[in-house]
Design a protein around this ligand. Structure first.
Ligand code: A2P
Length: 337
């Protein structure tokens, strides 16, 4: 246990970094000190935290001498370069990038699902899963406990804030350009995102899947300890500022029952059922934005596939999909088993 840790946030000025600060503040995370690290461009910037002004420092190889927990969210290349440096300096790294997620000696943790795995981190590195994967598993895991998960077919509807501040800025500027009759400029996305949907998130691999889709295929198996789980997925960017939505068909070992499925969510922290179609009650990205809970609705028996349920889950991907999950992992390190 690391009581009252000295914490650093790497990427403190980014979309996820800012949310990590907000989670530390709202959850009264016990801190001996807090160091905000970003690129040279942000060094000297002042950030308010618990009524004080903190100064952002430039990330260097010497940034981690006095740090117990380092929360990384500055992209994969920064994690690959500085994660091992922080770990060697004695900090436990909670890394939000995909750099270490599939390494056998790096736990991949969703606290509500496999929190115990966080205590076995031989390299001083713990990986925070992909945002879409976290939100999807928050809905599927309670069902897995009841019915035994066998196969998942998913389609995601992912918000632009998943691409960081640049994604938000691009959607905003394209909407402005279009309503004012100006030409649309693109830099973050290969095609226009405003008033459109793009069936590509991250780069394509030679499998025909994107890297984001492969994360969905692989990470759930590791987190739930189901190496044989069959998953297939198409990840889609939609012109929504915040919160990802996922449509899932999940097939189980045992026969399913909708009421029993709904009852599974009663005991699961971090998930809420929002499922009354007759009253137009189903979750949307706006319902989950800035909230901690993943919201599940549209639960129904699949009419084509045996022992299968359809469901729709939304979650704030900056929060539970990234910052909150990372802070919850840090809380495990503070509080112990
Ligand atoms: P900065 O704001 O100084 O560029 P986002 O995902 O929202 O784009 O945020 C990325 C985060 O990663 C920001 O805090 C950004 O800092 C940080 N970052 C990017 N490049 C570097 C770098 N070379 N060294 C340290 N931090 C970096």
């Amino acid at each position: 246990m690391i009581k009252n840790p000295r914490v650093a946030i790497v990427g403190a000025t980014g979309a996820v970094g800012v949310e990590i600060l907000s989670c530390l503040e709202s959850r009264n995370f016990p801190l001996a000190s807090l160091k905000l690290l970003a690129s040279r461009r942000s060094a000297g910037k002042q950030v308010a935290f618990r009524g004080e002004m903190l100064t952002v420092e430039e990330l260097t190889k010497d940034s981690f001498q006095d740090v117990d927990i380092a929360l990384f969210s500055a992209g994969g290349s920064i994690s690959l370069e500085y994660g091992p440096i922080a770990a060697a300096a004695g900090a436990v790294v909670v890394d939000n990038s995909s750099a270490f997620r599939q390494d056998a000696d790096v736990p991949l943790v969703v606290p509500e699902i496999n929190g115990d795995a966080a205590f076995n981190h031989p390299r001083n590195i713990i990986a925070n899963p992909n945002c879409t994967t976290i939100i999807t598993l928050m809905a599927l895991y309670p069902l897995h406990l009841k019915f035994g998960l066998k196969m998942v077919v998913a389609s995601s509807y992912q918000a632009v804030s998943g691409s960081g501040q640049h994604g938000i800025a691009e959607l905003e500027s394209q909407v402005r350009a279009i309503v004012n009759g100006h030409p649309v400029e693109m830099s973050t996305y290969p095609r226009q995102i405003a008033f459109n949907v793009l069936p590509q998130i991250d780069k394509f691999t030679d499998t025909g899947y994107t890297k984001e889709e492969l994360k969905m295929l692989n990470e759930g198996r590791k987190i739930m300890g189901l190496p044989e789980l069959k998953v297939t997925c198409t990840c889609v960017r939609v012109p929504v500022y915040r919160s990802h939505s996922i449509s899932c068909v999940a097939q189980f070992e045992k026969p399913v029952d909708v009421e029993a499925a709904k009852a599974c969510f009663a005991g699961m922290p971090g998930v809420k059922l929002m499922d009354d179609p007759a009253a137009n009650v189903w979750p949307t990205p706006l319902d989950s934005t800035n909230g901690d809970d993943c919201l599940v609705g549209r639960i129904r028996k699949d009419l084509a596939i045996d022992n299968a349920l359809n469901l729709w889950v939304v979650g704030d991907q900056v929060r539970k999909g990234a910052a909150l999950n990372a802070v919850q992992i840090a809380e495990l390190l503070v509080n112990g088993k």
